[in-house]
Design a protein around this ligand. Sequence first.
Ligand code: FMN
Length: 185
Amino acid sequence: MDIETLIKERRSVSLFEDKPVSIDEVKAMLKTSAWVPNHKMTQPWRFTIITGETKAQLAHMAGEFMSRGKTGEEKDRAYNKAHAAFSQVPMHVMVFMEESHDLKRRQEDYASTSLIIHNLSLIGWEKGIGMIWKTGPLTDTEPFRQLIGIQPGEKFVGMIQLGYPKKVPRAMPRIDLDERITELN
Ligand SMILES: Cc1cc2nc3c(=O)[nH]c(=O)nc-3n(C[C@H](O)[C@H](O)[C@H](O)COP(=O)(O)O)c2cc1C
């Protein structure tokens, strides 16, 4: 696939086939993805790959979180929906970065770490592996942060849910970029 098609056709995927993704393959994809531009070469990122029992704990945690404050059947429905949504994800990749005390450095580090995530999604897309970058409210909770092992001084950048796509969503419309491009001669 040529790079322009790859960039345009990649979609965020959140429904996956019941088919495992190779951890070794994802590690190799991450290694390639990390070849990003990075001011001062701080390379502040780290990744945690979650499958198996930890993934089951995460699904339970998502169920508990989404059903909080509800009772009876409504609680069960909310729990089951979130639990099922997380359980069908073959793999989660948590992305962290060391958080510099310097605002500019922090922003530049976040930019570079974001590039890795997008590289990962493009490399994945070419291999038929889909993913979505998630930062929903569950990821701000203390139990979540404990489960994924966030360290003092680290910023949680995103939860990448990854697998072979069951359904590829339609592209969301993009603005006409001509309206946002200025030429200064
Ligand atoms: C920083 C970041 C956080 C995101 N968090 C979420 C999220 O929490 N939940 C979600 O459904 N999608 C999330 N997304 C995915 C976007 O919704 C998605 O990229 C957008 O709808 C465009 O769709 P596309 O990626 O298929 O082009 C996030 C994307 C980024 C870049």
